[in-house]
Design a protein around this ligand. Structure first.
Ligand code: CP
Length: 310
């Protein structure tokens, strides 16, 4: 892959190969030695804790040289476009840029340049607005596969702020492609008919006993400007109606798991005391993220023949 911006073009075999490679790294497998230096930059125009540090950890484990970039003190503040910022990165010798940006599909102009443009830098999407979150999606697939040994045939409920969640969008698409049965729940005003092609919307209490995976989404207040429901949002009420509390936890199947991409609103999507419970995969998801991101970056390095990789 010359870039990794979406999960949309991945085949089931591609996903399996990425999971296999990530598992190889997770179980102590070493990356190939690079025969020439590879320089990367992580450009996070939206806040992040785990994706940012996890990509940096992945890059360092692969032997890349990571060049710092701070958007708050960059020339973006003077109005420089994203394209020109990337042209700068390319010109000074960066090979790869990992980017998180609030605009959906921000990467289109970076990966499909026209004849009079010379931009040549690998783009890895670390999240675009409410569009896609490929690395979260793939680490989630790895985490499900880790636990069940398969994805096909599993029942997965995606619960919460569906409208605003790039994690939900990527996961409903890839889970369906991989043969899982997807369900939705949470406040009805965050469900849209466009999700209907992926699965049914049902109340949480109808799902909790039947699901293999309860995938909780963070309530994204920062994306609720203009959302008429934001003013009346009540965290306790949300938790009572849609969150996983002790009572719902006890009703889950013995082997079922809870997932959350993080950051968690403790006591809202998930009771605080359940964050590190037996069924919770919250910490495992973050651990797996490093190894999946290694696999993704390596795929781009191979696609661009960086560091001598073919
Ligand atoms: N899951 C996720 O994207 O977390 P961060 O926003 O902390 O990177």
């Amino acid at each position: 892959l010359p870039h990794f911006v979406t999960i949309e073009n991945l085949s089931n075999d591609d996903v399996s190969a990425l999971i296999e490679r990530a598992e190889y790294f997770k179980h102590g497998g070493t990356p190939e030695t690079l025969t020439n230096p590879v320089y990367s930059v992580n450009m996070f125009f939206e806040d992040s804790t785990r994706t940012h540090t996890s990509f940096e950890m992945a890059e360092r484990k692969l032997g890349l040289t990571v060049i710092p970039f701070d958007p708050a003190h960059s020339s973006v503040k003077k109005g420089e476009t994203l394209y020109d910022t990337l042209l700068t990165m390319d010109a000074i010798g960066l090979d790869l840029a990992v980017i998180r940006h609030k605009e959906n599909n921000y990467y289109n102009d970076l990966v499909e340049t026209s004849d009079n443009q010379t931009l040549d830098i690998g783009i890895v999407n670390a999240g675009d607005g409410s569009g896609q979150h490929p690395s979260q999606c793939l680490l989630d697939m790895m985490t499900i596969h880790d636990h069940f040994g398969r994805i096909e045939g599993l029942k997965v409920a995606i619960i919460g702020d569906l409208t605003n969640s790039r994690v939900a969008r990527s996961n409903m698409e890839l889970l369906t492609q991989l043969g899982a049965e997807v369900y939705f729940s949470g406040p009805e005003y965050w469900y849209s008919d466009e999700f209907g092609k992926y699965g049914k919307y049902l109340p949480v209490d109808e799902l909790v006993e039947k699901m293999d995976v309860m995938m909780l989404l963070r309530v994204q207040h920062e994306r609720h400007d203009g959302d008429s429901n934001e003013g009346s949002f009540n965290p306790e009420e949300y938790h009572k109606k849609y969150g996983i509390n002790e009572e719902r936890y006890e009703k889950m199947k013995d082997d079922a798991i809870i997932m959350h991409p993080g950051p968690i609103n403790r006591g809202v999507e998930l009771a605080s005391e359940l964050v590190e419970s037996d069924k919770s995969r919250f910490k495992v998801q973050m651990q797996n993220g490093v190894f999946m991101r290694m696999a993704m970056i390596e795929a781009v390095m191979r696609g661009r023949k960086l560091g001598g990789l073919e």
